[in-house]
Design a protein around this ligand. Structure first.
Ligand SMILES: *Cc1c(COP(=O)(O)O)cnc(C)c1O
Length: 225
């Protein structure tokens, strides 16, 4: 547990320094602790260190952890298949990975049927342009958003992106900047969409992402190894 406590303190300090460099407040950056491959005991240690928001990339793997760890919030950061939507809505408070209209429609339908409360989601954008990566192409986000904001069971809170693997964190900056610019333009074009969030930044590049306006960093290795 000592190691996790040290890691949490270090990551929080690095977020605070990056926020200051970007002229931002550290409390405007949510730390999402990504726990794929991390067991329930170490997640409980992380809770004891003050972490309250956890991210998983698969419904299957999250099921037991959500049941076993109380009093925290869970986010789905990995891609979601349509046949898992119902369970995902039961497990997660925010889905970072909506990347098609059929998926958005299914989430809206299921959320309306289950609770009448709209599901909170982000649209995942393929900022690296690598064809094997998930996410909507940047030039297609506007159209998806314009359609998806009409769905009654969905609240789109922002955009999510994953930078490509690059030799130096600094090289990820243009990708984060483009995602922020895209969000700013969409917010101007569609004021009824509430695009306040930018989920960007992982262990290797989160400081650059925070400097560029990230409001949610998704961090695994820097906390758990
Ligand atoms: C694993 C994962 C992370 C965390 O990655 P680290 O490099 O371990 O910080 C963030 N986002 C997604 C979508 C992931 O799958």
């Amino acid at each position: 547990m000592a190691d996790i406590a040290t890691n949490v303190a270090r990551v929080r300090a690095r977020i605070a320094e990056a926020a200051a460099r970007g002229g931002r407040r550290p409390e405007d950056v949510l730390l999402v602790a990504v726990t794929k491959t991390v067991g329930v005991d170490r997640i409980r240690d992380a809770v004891a260190c003050g972490l309250r928001v956890f991210g998983e990339n698969r419904v299957q793997e999250a099921r037991e952890k959500v049941r076993e760890v109380d009093g925290v919030s869970w986010h789905l950061v990995g891609s979601l298949q349509r046949n898992k939507v119902r369970e995902a809505l039961r497990l997660f408070d925010l889905i970072h990975s909506v990347d098609s209209l059929p998926l958005a429609e299914e989430i809206s339908r299921r959320a309306s049927a289950a609770s009448g409360r709209p599901a909170e989601v982000l649209i995942q954008v393929n900022i690296s342009g690598e064809p094997q990566k998930h996410g909507v192409a940047p030039e297609a986000v506007g159209e998806l958003l314009a359609r998806a904001i009409r769905l009654p069971g969905l609240r789109i809170r922002g955009l999510m992106g994953i930078a490509p693997i690059v030799p130096r964190a600094e090289d990820a900056r243009p990708f984060f900047r483009r995602l922020r610019d895209l969000r700013d333009r969409l917010r101007d074009a569609l004021p009824e969409a509430q695009l306040e969030h930018l989920s960007m930044g992982m262990t290797d590049d989160f400081e650059v992402a925070v400097e560029e306006g990230s409001t949610m960093v998704r961090i695994g290795r820097a906390l758990f190894t």
